[in-house]
Write a protein that binds this ligand. Sequence first.
Ligand SMILES: Nc1ncnc2c1ncn2[C@@H]1O[C@H](COP(=O)(O)OP(=O)(O)OP(=O)(O)O)[C@@H](O)[C@H]1O
Ligand code: SF4
Ligand SMILES: [Mg+2]
Length: 324
Amino acid sequence: MNTNHLLEVRDLSVVFRIGGGLLAPRRELRAVNGVSFGIAPGETLAVVGESGSGKSTIARAVMRLIEPASGSVVLDGTDITQLTGQALRRIRPRLQMVFQDPYSSLDPSKLIRDVVAEPLVVHRRLAGAALDARVEQLLEQVGLGAYHLDRYPYEFSGGQRQRIAIARAIALEPSLLVLDEAVSALDVSTQNQILNLLADLRRAHGIAYLFISHDLGVVRHIADRVAVTYLGRIVETGPTERIFTATAHPYTEALLAAVPIPNPALQRQRRAPPLVGDIPSPLAPPPGCPFHTRCPRAMPVCSTEPPRHVPVDGGGTVACHLHD
Ligand SMILES: Nc1ncnc2c1ncn2[C@@H]1O[C@H](COP(=O)(O)OP(=O)(O)OP(=O)(O)O)[C@@H](O)[C@H]1O
Ligand code: SF4
Ligand SMILES: [Mg+2]
């Protein structure tokens, strides 16, 4: 365990129990399976993987919106999975989240002023001129003028709404911001604007980010490190540059092949074909390496023995028999 970490997630597993009706037997879906990672203060870790790989479930467990089946989520030395009541409420402001859909994440009946003010009223008991000043300052920090304050969410574009959601999320000066596909619904140029805003906020306030995305291309310029997930497991981690230039896991290679490169000559040099086939059902994950049913480099051992994580030159770890 690295004691310098702000957040330390250890062996986290989340199980959903589904079915249980007359015709559907009760079954267990292991959405997150033995996941471990750490985030240092001010660091950005990206969690990347296809739809259904367990990214949002990891985020919700870190935010303590769901109970893990096992494992721990340690924030600054405190295992928050064990907290209840007052102790949990006290830690809440330190952990904030921004969601994917800018159209449903803001209460449509509230003025922007009240949307951004709410956490300050609830947790800091701010009121009057002090509250107004702080709300205006927050709006300015996310690049919106104070004249927007007395408008409703429907009057804003998707990118502006994400700015408002970010203003609300940083209102209590969290040490960690969890961003679950926070730019995925936006067009490319708006995505870049929000990524630049996040980089500015991080420089100014030292906020750490857990940045979740299905798109490796999006995380390249924002993440310090990347964790690649497949069927509820982390299959590769490492410094962002190493992940892109000395990719270790065939699944990461396949995800990279789906990221367009503006230069056609470089695009042709790519080794891996893009991903083929569907992700297997998490109700019946393949034995051995979970990726073996789709891996172009699978060997006989892959369908029986689960690979262990081993260190990779240049930093991080990989779970693949090609490397052990
Ligand atoms: N509340 C729930 N009840 C039952 N199964 C769930 C629940 N939430 C998620 N799952 C299942 O857990 C698995 C992981 O889902 P999760 O939403 O974490 O994936 P994701 O990586 O965030 O996908 P996406 O990119 O589509 O957002 C999926 O198989 C999903 O169907
Ligand atoms: S362990 Fe085998 S199947 Fe899994 S990624 Fe490595 S080579 Fe492919
Ligand atoms: Mg998700």
